[in-house]
Design a protein around this ligand. Sequence first.
Ligand code: ADE
Ligand code: ZN
Length: 329
Amino acid sequence: MNTAHIPKIELHLHLEGAAPPAFIRGLAAEKGMDLSRIFTGDGGYAYRDFPHFLNVYEAATSVLTGPEEFARLTTAVLQESAAHGVIYTEAFLSPDFCGGGDLGAWREYLAAIREAAAQAEARDGIILRGIVTAIRHLGPDRAKPAALCAAETAGDFITGFGIAGDEMTGKLKEFTWSFDMAREAGLQITAHGGEWGGAASVWDAVKDLNVARIGHGVQAIEDPALVAHLAETGVVLECCPGSNVVLGVFPDWGSHPIEKLRAAGVKVTVSTDDPPFFHTTMTDEYDRLAETFGWDSGIFAEITKTALEAAFCDAATRETLTKKLELTP
Ligand code: ADE
Ligand code: ZN
């Protein structure tokens, strides 16, 4: 099956994590920064394991020091996504990387990202929305300015609040202040969980934060009661199977639980997470799902419908996307 042209909705993409290595290498060279340690000989990102991945990710991100660079990044990322049939994407944006949590600086970064997104929409039809994201291993105190940035800029573009980073650090409960602030500002909530921390970490996201969606969440498969709970309540999983396999959460595609979760009635969606880090694209994800689990156009349409319903966008945007999907043969 040729999946490149299938219209796709992506709910889980880290903007900095989607930076092509050549883009980061070029900026580092312009600034005279020596980042050779983060690249492989053939030009990819070099990391050993998840903690090292986070370290390399932050080193790569350190070259992005101004709004103009984030605008260029947004343009490059959306062009690549559109080439893989993505019509709507939600990107995690971190005030920690965009002005260090300062609200005035954040507004400038956000304006630049929005402008680039508007141009990409006009050129390629792809729609972007932003989820402001706290970084768990920086701790609850650093999440507060991020939540404030989110609350102050909540609206038609910033539509969600979430948390990424090292899931094995601290407890989600410690971030309640930030999530409450975001929720009160009308933002919808997602949290990374069940990528590394097992089913217990998914339970935490469900019980402590009452999330609408979970980033990854796939280790829920370890607990049948949790699988049943997710199916019953309709919490949506932002699954990123290629990311999980490359990082070693599961040894291979055949062991990935996405199909078992789907078959159990859990709402699953498909995303790339940090595509160049994991040598993937949305087309690659779809191709591997078709090869590994025999997913056909009917299942992909079901996944897209789930993602459309779970998207953190307003009714008008959902209507636009619905029409686009109806018009695509
Ligand atoms: N930040 C970027 N990618 C991530 C991942 N896969 N898990 C947690 N935090 C991340
Ligand atoms: Zn992620």
